[in-house]
Every structure is written in structure tokens, then in C-alpha cells.
Write a protein that binds this ligand. Structure first.
Ligand code: SF4
Ligand code: SF4
Length: 436
């Protein structure tokens, strides 16, 4: 199937059970998971009013997320169009390298609790839900992305992930990249070395050498996707906001899974529509709805809990300073390099600018939060850490101080993937929106 088609095959059109079985998945458990996600998607996304018509693309992505998209990737591998499927968990893994070596990059971060009992036989109970989730999806055999990945690339970021990857390496073919924790000239050189080692490892896996031509094309492909996301994000400065935070979050979540060229076309169509809506004063929420900048830990599919609570309470999320948000698209890779070496350096430099809380100090993130809140006309900032994420919990105090100095109301939330705290969160968020 061509990259430019608008839709992948859906479960209504084709029986995917043999494919899931061939991947070694627990098919009955997976049916249950898909049913639950489908129900949640309907309640959260399809229940929204005044969505831009172009968000139908997102409905298609979700409809094919575990089915048509997987088949499409496996078909490409079978036909030789792609060599290998390469999974990763973090924004620090450059997709350009995977694409240039003939691989298909997929994001594996998981946003739902699964097989928790099995996970706690290997990892401590007091572990961040995102880490428990990817381990649970593997142990429960319900993630077709993990099961179809020929290589999984981890990274030494937070302590939890670092140690969890030692366990994951017993389950999947794994390679782990080392990420520095401080930004300076020496650590940038170390990081450039890591990027080169990664490129060699991926080439070894795919059996395809990265050439100047393939790397240039991959850089352009990823940058085009980022440019489209930047366009869409800029429309959200308008009041009323033309698109919801939920749909914007889902757009970035989709970017980790869908075909880059198809996705870029769809996001540009969303940006066209949202630019028009902004010019016409058409919004997803009424003019004057309280505008929230989200910052904090990433929100992997299907973790829509917090955004749903904020927007059902009458607020509208107008930006995300997060790895499932602006950090994914705000910076481009320099396109002027001509040799593989120059381009690998440009890739390393671009990725080194991702302001993850593993870095100390992490002033760039704080500056981004205040800048984004101003540019997007946010009335308040909601900073959220997943439970047991020491890094983002600790950094929340610095974020609070910066928000206070900038005169922007601030709220910190610690939560997980369960629904137990939904009532309490709703009460706190309603009170926050009221005082804005
Ligand atoms: S928050 Fe840090 S560790 Fe997590 S995906 Fe982003 S860059 Fe990677
Ligand atoms: S949310 Fe925090 S603890 Fe969890 S994987 Fe990300 S950085 Fe690590």
C-alpha cells in the first residue's frame, strides 16, 4: 500500500486475528484491550462538540492503530520496501537514523495499566506507571508494536527506565543508548559518539547502510512533519481555540505510530482548517474559555485522562510543553549537511536540545514553559507528574517558582493511569479554572 493513502485497513473490513496470532499475542486479552480503548475513545473524543472536520484523520488512526497500521508495516517488510521495524520509548532516539537505514520507527511508550501482577514480579510496585505499562504490555503480550519490533532501542534517561531496560533486554532484542545528564561542550561530543554508535547498530540490524542521500531524505521527512505540527500549534493562540487539547495531544501521539508522509499531509490539512477557523472566530470551546498550558511527563496512548478532565470542566488546553507536545516538534534538524558525518552531527545537536528533566540544570524547559504560556495566551499552567517520577516531581518546584515570577497561575498534579482519583482531580481542576 502506498504511503500516500489516507487510511489503513480497519478491523471492520478485515480479520486481523490471524496476524495477531502470528505475532504471538494473547488474542483474547488483546480483544478486551481493544474493546476498552474503543469505548474510551468514543466517550472522550467522539463526544467532543465542534471538532474540526479534518480530525476525522485521527479517528482513522485510532481505528487502525493495532490492526491496519501493523499490517501495513508487516506488508512493507514482506515486500522488502522496509527492512525492519524499530521500536523506541523516548524522544531522544532519532527517527531519522532508523528511516535512513531502511527501518520503520515506532513509539512504544504505553499509557495504560496492564498485567500489573506480572510486572510486579520483576519491577518494584513503586514504579512510574509508564514504565510498568510497557513492561505489562510485553508480559501480557497485547502490544502489536512491541511484538512486531525487530529491535527495541532504550535509553539511559531516568533511573526507572534505565533499570527496567535491563529486564526488557531479557524479553526483546534490545539496544540502549547512553544519554548525558548535563548540557555542555564535552557531553555534546559524547552524545555525538552515541548517535554514531546507534547508527551502526541500526545499520547492522537492517543490513542497509545509511547514505548521504537516504539520511538527507529522512531529515527532510521528519522536519516536514515537525513543520506541520508547528503550524497546527500556532493556530491554538487564537481565542476561541480552533482545536481541542485532546485532539492536539492525539495528533502527536499518532505521530509516534503512523506513516510520516501520510501523517504530515493530514496535519497540514488540520492546520489549514484551523487557520481558517481562527480567522473566522470558530472554536472548539467558547471564546473566553479558560486556557491551560500543560507541562510535565509524556502522555502515551491511551492516557487521555487529565486532558479529558480539564476540557470536560470547561477549560481548553492550548499547548503542551512535553515530549508528547512541543518538545517533539519545536526544533528542526539543520538541513544544510551534505555528508553522513555532517548530518549525524546536525541530528545529535538537534536532539541534544530536548529539555527532558533528566538534565541538570534544565533552564531551557523553564524558559520554554513561560514563553509558550505567553505566546499561546494561557490563563494558567497545569504541571503534571506521573506518580513515582522523581525527576518531574522535583522539577515542579522550579516550574512553580518561574510561573509565580511570570505572574501565571500554576497548579501541580501527581497522578497515574487509574481512574480512582478522577473525581478528586475534577474538583481541583474546576476550582483552579474558576479562580483564573
Ligand atoms: S520525558 Fe525524557 S525520558 Fe521521557 S520521553 Fe521525554 S526525553 Fe525521553
Ligand atoms: S515519567 Fe518520569 S519516571 Fe516515568 S519514564 Fe518518564 S522520566 Fe521516567
Amino acid at each position: 500500500m502506498s504511503d500516500n493513502t489516507n487510511e489503513t485497513t480497519t478491523a471492520a473490513e478485515y480479520d486481523f486475528h490471524p496476524m495477531w496470532e502470528s505475532l504471538g499475542m494473547d488474542v483474547p486479552a488483546h480483544d478486551m484491550l481493544l474493546g476498552a480503548v474503543g469505548q474510551m475513545f468514543g466517550d472522550v473524543f467522539l463526544a467532543q462538540e465542534n471538532r474540526p472536520a479534518s480530525t476525522d484523520y485521527l479517528n482513522q488512526v485510532v481505528a487502525g492503530i493495532h490492526s491496519g497500521r501493523i499490517k501495513e508495516m508487516l506488508d512493507k517488510k514482506a515486500s522488502g520496501e522496509a527492512k525492519k521495524i524499530v521500536g523506541s520509548f523516548c524522544l531522544y532516539v532519532p527517527e531519522e537514523i532508523v528511516i535512513a537505514a531502511g527501518g520503520i520507527p515506532v513509539g512504544l511508550c504505553s499509557g495504560a495499566d496492564w498485567a500489573t501482577d506480572k510486572v510486579e514480579e520483576h519491577l518494584p510496585r513503586a514504579t512510574c506507571p509508564l514504565i510498568k505499562s510497557f513492561a505489562g504490555f510485553k508480559l501480557g503480550s497485547v502490544c502489536p508494536y512491541i511484538e512486531s519490533s525487530d529491535l527495541v532501542i532504550g535509553e539511559n534517561t531516568c533511573d526507572g527506565k534505565k533499570k527496567a531496560y535491563e529486564f526488557m533486554a531479557t524479553q526483546v532484542n534490545m539496544y540502549t543508548v547512553d544519554i548525558p545528564n548535563v548540557h555542555n561542550a564535552q557531553t555534546l561530543e559524547l552524545w555525538k559518539g552515541e548517535v554514531r554508535k546507534l547508527a551502526e547498530r541500526v545499520e547492522q540490524e537492517t543490513g542497509q547502510k545509511i547514505t548521504a542521500e537516504s539520511l538527507k531524505a529522512a531529515i527532510k521527512l521528519a522536519n516536514d512533519k515537525r513543520r506541520a505540527l508547528q503550524r497546527l500549534s500556532a493556530t491554538r493562540a487564537a481565542d476561541p481555540a480552533p482545536i481541542s487539547g485532546l485532539d492536539s495531544l492525539l495528533t502527536v501521539q499518532a505521530a509516534f505510530m503512523d506513516d510520516a508522509e501520510r501523517l504530515t499531509g493530514a496535519i497540514n490539512a488540520m492546520a489549514d482548517e484551523c487557520e481558517q477557523r481562527a480567522a473566522d472566530g470558530v472554536g472548539v470551546a467558547p471564546k473566553g474559555a479558560k486556557r491551560i498550558l500543560y507541562t510535565g511527563t509524556p502522555m502515551a496512548v491511551p492516557n487521555w485522562k487529565l486532558f479529558n478532565i480539564i476540557e470536560k470542566a470547561g477549560g481548553v488546553v492550548v499547548g503542551e510543553e512535553a515530549c508528547t507536545g512541543s518538545r517533539y516538534y519545536k526544533d528542526l534538524v539543520d538541513e544544510s549537511g551534505e555528508t553522513v558525518d555532517e548530518m549525524l552531527d546536525a541530528i545529535a545537536e538537534r536532539y541534544f536540545g530536548i529539555n527532558c528533566a533528566i538534565f541538570t540544570p534544565n533552564d531551557g524547559r523553564i524558559e520554554d514553559i513561560v514563553r509558550m504560556a505567553r505566546e499561546l495566551n494561557a490563563d494558567g499552567i497545569i504541571d503534571c507528574s506521573l506518580q513515582f517520577c522523581t525527576l518531574y516531581e522535583m522539577e515542579s518546584f522550579t516550574v512553580e517558582k518561574a510561573a509565580e515570577q511570570a505572574g501565571i497561575p500554576f497548579m501541580h498534579i501527581t497522578t497515574d493511569y487509574a481512574n480512582e482519583d478522577a473525581g478528586q482531580l475534577t474538583t481541583r481542576i474546576e476550582a483552579f479554572l474558576e479562580m483564573l
